[in-house]
Design a protein around this ligand. Structure first.
Ligand SMILES: [Zn+2]
Length: 358
């Protein structure tokens, strides 16, 4: 089974939707119904959930009567996201800002991007790793502060409209260098022309002014954005299976989703997958299996360790299902989900794009 990329699934995972409609503009009902098909059969859970829901509802009602009513459902300063139609309002603003950057020529356009994406290394300075352990809520704040949405604003050659298609990225130094996936910035076929942009968590939009270096095989890329004052994440390669990790990303348009997990294992691609990297085993791209949660839309988002370093970034998700034989029809059908693999690009492969200054 070939894992699919997490940012660019709109035409593959959601193939029942018109190909020209990027993920950003899909209705939530379509997303949830289709994604449930992909994740596995949950129909069997529903009756149990209904009863549990009833009991939970009654319990809530009792609590509602007995308990004093708090003003907020969360601690002060915790961001609240808009779910449903409202959530697209910010995207409309980001799309408009991206179009302006395209018109003004401040951001890297398609033709330039196709050239610059061939650059194999850059000279930048990144901060040393942190060694002070942080609490999960501090890591969430840090994850949010260093997280940018990155990708294309573009004219679509299928419908001639202006769309945006953004996934994740993270700040790696104070001079505007950010890291993301190669597949996030690699222009899709339906882009007639467009430009690369980044947006912060408050919806402020910045031009990507340059692709500094990229590697298709490791799925790592470093860009320069015209944005300052963001908290950079140091890149940590001194990591072990079992290490506690965290991920802040936007899976399936659920903005600001924070999850915890551990490092499961490290692996390298054999043969064909490693072409383009140096032939030696040492330089083959390294992937990390982790147990944090992510989904399409999360690509390029940082995976943090307990100290507020990044150990790499979100690359792919692979849903492995079994096969069942339908005796009535004599056909093989897809069985239940057996395991979901979350594969991250290793911080090492981002560092391999950086050459020490002479
Ligand atoms: Zn379109």
């Amino acid at each position: 089974m070939k894992p699919f990329h997490v940012a660019q699934v709109s035409n593959r995972l959601y193939r029942r939707l018109p190909a020209c409609r990027p993920f950003d503009f899909m209705k939530r009902s379509q997303i949830s119904s289709v994604s449930r098909l992909e994740i596995g059969d949950t129909a069997g859970w529903k009756p149990a959930l209904r009863n549990a829901g009833l009991v939970f509802g009654i319990a809530l009602l009792v609590l509602f009567v007995l308990a004093p009513r708090p003003a907020l459902g969360q601690a002060p300063d915790v961001p609240i996201y808009k779910q449903g139609r409202k959530e697209f309002e910010q995207d409309d603003k980001v799309a408009a800002a991206a179009k302006e950057l395209f018109t003004s020529g401040k951001a890297v356009k398609l033709a330039q991007a196709k050239e610059q994406i061939k650059r194999t290394s850059c000279q930048i300075i990144v901060p040393p790793t942190n060694s002070t352990r942080l609490r999960p809520q501090e890591l969430c704040v840090l994850g949010r502060a260093s997280h940018l949405r990155v990708g294309w604003g573009y004219y679509c050659d299928k419908c001639d409209d202006w769309h945006i298609n953004l996934a994740g990225g993270y700040v790696i130094n104070t001079n505007g260098a950010i890291a993301t996936c190669y597949h996030v910035i690699n222009p899709a076929h339906e882009i007639k022309d467009g430009c690369l942009v980044a947006a912060d968590e408050d919806g402020k939009v910045f031009p990507v002014t340059e692709i500094l270096a990229a590697n298709r095989y490791s799925d790592a890329a470093i860009l320069k954005v015209e944005a300052e004052g963001y908290k950079p994440l140091p890149l940590n390669t001194n990591v072990y299976p079992g290490d506690r990790i965290f991920c802040y990303s936007d899976p399936l348009d659920h903005r600001g989703y924070f999850s915890e997990g551990i490092i499961n294992r490290f692996y390298q691609f054999p043969g064909r997958w490693s072409f383009g990297a140096s032939a030696s085993t040492a330089n083959r791209p390294t992937r990390i299996n982790v147990s944090t949660d992510w989904a399409p839309g999360s690509s390029g988002s940082a995976v943090l360790d307990e100290f507020g370093n990044t150990i790499g970034h979100v690359a792919t998700i692979g849903v492995l299902t079994g096969q069942e034989f339908n005796e009535d029809e004599g056909t093989v059908v897809r069985g239940p989900t057996m395991i979901v693999f979350h594969d991250a690009v290793a911080a090492r492969d981002v560092l391999l794009l950086i050459k020490a200054p002479n």
